[in-house]
Ligand binder design. Sequence first.
Ligand SMILES: Cc1cc2nc3c(=O)[nH]c(=O)nc-3n(C[C@H](O)[C@H](O)[C@H](O)COP(=O)(O)OP(=O)(O)OC[C@H]3O[C@@H](n4cnc5c(N)ncnc54)[C@H](O)[C@@H]3O)c2cc1C
Length: 199
Amino acid sequence: VSLVVVETADCAGFVRGRILDKVGQHGADTSELFFDDVRVPIDNLLGGVEGQGFGQLMTQLAQERLIIGVTAVATMESAVDETVAYVKSREAFGHTLFDFQNTKFTLAECQTTAHVARVFLDSCIERHLRGELDSTTAAMAKWWLTEQPCQVVDRCVQLFGGYGYMREYPIARMFADSRVQKIYGGSNEIMKDLIARSL
Ligand SMILES: Cc1cc2nc3c(=O)[nH]c(=O)nc-3n(C[C@H](O)[C@H](O)[C@H](O)COP(=O)(O)OP(=O)(O)OC[C@H]3O[C@@H](n4cnc5c(N)ncnc54)[C@H](O)[C@@H]3O)c2cc1C
């Protein structure tokens, strides 16, 4: 495997297909790309030596997994902030939603999860900055941190009631956007497989 830069402007054989209709992350287009007998100059070989591609990809995987973890934690923190603000403003049966014990307990649990996730994430970032983030820990961060928003945001959606299902509310978009994080960047099952190899 080698990595080659393909300049797509006026490139014979390169065609963009349709933009895929994703469940979430509508702010970022994901499109089919076709490369049919495309020819590129030899100078476009990244790194200048053939056959280095797999290694080049591998060196960036831990960082990619960390970036996904950052998004996961930021989503949870943002979801809790949005929900606290909403439940304190919405009144039902003579109280704000925040006055109900169920609301407080739910948000206390979500905030705890977000905080624990943040502490683990920060530890991974510190390791990364020291150049010491190993692939096993990065895999732990990717799978565990991306599982949490799917539960936290779902519980926050519930506290928004019907508004939580409307895309005009950020919490609904967080709900749709978080799901793919368990799939891409290496699926969470693959992450667990990687961790198990270290045991
Ligand atoms: C919105 C979006 C953006 C993406 N962006 C990128 C990108 O920028 N770059 C990129 O390279 N890829 C990207 N991907 C691809 C993504 O990384 C893959 O979809 C993902 O790795 C899963 O691979 P797959 O779709 O082939 O599923 P499959 O490999 O078919 O997996 C299907 C299911 O089987 C499970 N499975 C597969 N193998 C095993 C195994 N050995 N043990 C246990 N379970 C297993 C998987 O965990 C999953 O649950 C993107 C995908 C999406 C949806």
